[in-house]
Write a protein that binds this ligand. Structure first.
Ligand code: GRF
Length: 208
């Protein structure tokens, strides 16, 4: 097998997607390994799991940087020092500068808890319920300069039940996130998935 791709995971909180990816990385023949977990918040819950898994962690507190670009450059320096091939946003709650996005173009993924292009931004589950959606889900996409708008790699759909509230619906979606995020990351690490002219290719075929 080729050398494993190295992955930096960026988090701001709980880190359950980060956990799913770390767990996947520790299974036999996984094509990637996690080289760094970076948080913009020192109290991010996910840091503890990463440390307990023996993974290098770093905190770059966004409040310490007056300009977004300076914060992003500080993160970039740490990501590069850990020689990450790929960057994964997993509940990372900061908007990234165009420069940072460009640096990792085609190598940076995000997961969003909706069936994009529906419900970009926050409070996706609440909005899906309010709009009377019968279907909801999650999307893994490449990161592009515009928020939640990059080319889509993989989606998972779940039903919205009449009895659902935000908690029950978000839990159903989250369970799917933990499946599709490692799967999409494997595809990227194996170079089965590529990005060209803002189009995703899977095994050489244009996707979606
Ligand atoms: C997930 O719902 C993810 O889709 C969104 O933020 C949430 C992060 O949860 N981007 P976790 O930190 O991975 O548990």
């Amino acid at each position: 097998m080729d050398r494993k791709k190295t992955v930096a995971i960026l988090i701001s909180g709980r880190g359950s997607n980060m956990q799913a990816i770390i767990n996947d990385s520790q299974t036999d023949n996984c094509p990637y390994q996690v080289c760094l977990v970076l948080s913009n918040r020192p109290d991010a819950e996910g840091l503890k799991f990463a440390q307990a898994s023996g993974i290098a962690t770093a905190v770059v507190a966004h409040q310490d940087y007056p300009e977004r670009e300076q914060f992003d450059r500080a993160m970039q320096a740490i990501i590069e020092a850990h020689q990450a091939d790929l960057v994964v946003l997993a509940g990372f709650m900061r908007i990234l500068s165009a420069e940072f996005v460009q640096t990792f173009n085609g190598r940076m993924l995000n997961i969003h808890p909706s069936l994009l292009p529906k419900f970009k931004g926050l409070h996706t589950h609440q909005r899906a319920l309010q709009d009377g959606e019968t279907e909801h889900g999650a999307t893994v996409h490449f990161v592009s300069p515009e928020l939640d708008s990059g080319a889509i790699i993989l989606q998972a759909k779940v039903p919205v039940l009449p009895t659902d509230d935000v908690d029950s619906l978000s839990n159903r979606v989250l369970a799917q996130e933990h499946i599709i995020y490692p799967k999409a990351l494997r595809w990227l690490a194996q170079q089965r998935v590529t990005l060209r002219d803002n189009q995703v290719y899977l095994d050489g075929q244009p996707k979606m």
